[in-house]
Design a binder for this molecule. Structure first.
Ligand SMILES: N=c1c2ncn([C@@H]3O[C@H](COP(=O)(O)OP(=O)(O)OP(=O)(O)O)[C@@H](O)[C@H]3O)c2ncn1[C@@H]1O[C@H](COP(=O)(O)O)[C@@H](O)[C@H]1O
Length: 108
C-alpha cells in the first residue's frame, strides 16, 4: 500500500467520525471539541516530535511524527480539506523547485 493511500484512507475514517458519538471515538470527541483543542494537540505533538529528534531516538521520532501527522489530518478535516490537497501542493512544488529549474536550465 502506498503512503498516500494510507493517508487518504485514514482521512476517510476521520471524516466518517464527524457524525459519530464522541463517547465512542477519540476523533469524534476531538472534532466536537473544536479548533482550539485540535491546534493544542498539534502543538503538543510537534513539541514531542522535536524532543524525540533532539534525543536522536528514531523509534520515538516515528511514533511522535505519526501522532503529529494524525492530528494534522484531523485539523484538515475540520477545515473540509484532505491530504490530497496537501499532496497536490507538494507535487506542484516538485515542478517549481530550484534544483529542478537549474537542472532544466543547464540542459537547454
Ligand atoms: N491514528 C490515530 C491516532 N493517533 C493517536 N491517537 C490518539 O491521540 C491521542 C494522543 O494524545 P495523548 O498521547 O496526548 O493522549 P491523551 O492524553 O489521551 O489525549 P488528550 O486527553 O490530551 O486529548 C491518544 O488518545 C491516541 O489514542 C489516535 N487516535 C486514532 N487514530 C486513528 O483514527 C482512527 C479512528 O479513531 P477513533 O475515532 O478513536 O475510532 C483509528 O482507527 C486510528 O486509525
Amino acid at each position: 500500500m502506498t503512503t498516500s493511500t494510507i493517508l487518504l484512507r485514514l482521512a476517510e475514517t476521520i471524516e466518517s467520525r464527524k457524525n459519530a458519538d464522541p463517547s465512542d471515538s477519540y476523533v469524534a470527541k476531538l472534532l466536537a471539541s473544536g479548533q482550539d483543542k485540535i491546534l493544542k494537540k498539534i502543538a503538543e505533538e510537534a513539541a514531542e516530535t522535536i524532543m524525540a529528534s533532539k534525543d536522536n531516538n528514531k523509534s520515538q521520532i516515528i511514533y511522535e511524527t505519526a501522532d503529529l501527522w494524525f492530528h494534522c489530518l484531523v485539523m484538515l478535516t475540520h477545515h473540509g480539506l484532505t491530504p490530497e490537497d496537501v499532496l497536490l501542493e507538494l507535487e506542484r512544488r516538485e515542478g517549481v523547485s530550484g534544483i529542478e529549474e537549474k537542472r532544466s536550465r543547464s540542459t537547454h
